[in-house]
Design a protein around this ligand. Structure first.
Ligand code: IPE
Ligand code: IPE
Ligand code: MG
Length: 233
């Protein structure tokens, strides 16, 4: 049996522990984790996955030490500059979801540039959740809906689930079929709360820097053996 698999969402967790196990600073884990990200994006595209959403930095991660946050932002800066060429060659589209107003202006400018320059690509959509929090996303959507209602352009009674989802950052992207979290933690950590209503979950003890295309293939084969019922019998 196989299930339709269009969209995989990943919680890339365990970078810090990967580094600590080796007596390295946590930042070394983030560096290795960024390499894993590149490898997994390539593998997903080769496997014909249409959408890959990766949790790179949560709204709650702003509370980490300044040193770690600064390192992650610098890694991101370098990444945004170095990856565009390869992304273009692979025909991938990049999009970002999250609270952009929290990010530095130069980073936002680069993000917008990449989104614009890859907008016409259709092989793989790589969606990066950056400064992302699902509750903040839902509240932002609710504010937009409330503003429409207040201005008389929407009757509250007319609001449907299909309309509401178009106010989320993920408008136009199908819901994840499969959510994978690495590092052994079995929680969602404020990720895509609306979108994962009927997703399948896979929790692996592997730390993100050790995650491999081979493991991704095994997880997909497990996913294919599951029966998705959506409340029916
Ligand atoms: C995931 O790894 C990456 C980010 C949250 C930025 P962590 O940094 O959370 O690594 P652990 O969970 O401390 O091992
Ligand atoms: C979730 O990981 C966020 C990302 C992977 C970017 P965390 O490490 O921040 O989550 P908690 O704190 O273990 O729930
Ligand atoms: Mg973590």
């Amino acid at each position: 049996m196989t299930n339709t698999l269009e969209h995989i969402a990943v919680i890339m967790d365990g970078n810090g522990r990967w580094a600590q196990k080796r007596g390295l600073p946590r930042t070394a884990g983030h560096k290795k984790g960024a390499e894993t990200l590149r490898e997994i994006a390539k593998a997903a595209a080769d496997m014909g996955i249409k959408y890959l959403t990766l949790y790179a930095f949560s709204t709650e991660n702003w509370k980490r030490d300044k040193e770690e946050v600064d390192y992650l932002m610098d890694l991101l800066r370098r990444y945004l500059k170095s990856e565009l060429k390869e992304v273009q060659e692979r025909g991938a589209r990049i999009c970002f979801i999250g609270e952009r107003q929290m990010l530095a202006d130069d980073i936002v400018t680069e993000m917008e540039r990449i989104e614009k320059e890859t907008a016409a690509n259709d092989k793989l959509t790589l969606c990066v959740a950056l400064s992302y929090g699902a509750r903040a996303e839902i509240v932002a959507a609710a504010k937009k809906v409330a503003a429409l209602a207040a201005s008389g352009r929407l009757e509250p009674e007319q609001l449907t689930e299909d309309m509401f989802k178009n106010f989320l950052y993920t408008a136009g992207i199908p819901d994840p079929d499969l959510v994978i979290r690495t590092s052994g933690e079995q929680r969602i950590s404020n990720y895509l709360l609306w979108q994962i209503a009927y997703s399948e979950f896979y929790f692996t003890p592997t730390l993100w820097p050790d995650f491999s295309p081979e493991e991704l293939k095994k997880i997909i084969s497990d996913f294919n053996s599951r029966e998705r019922r959506y409340g029916k019998i």
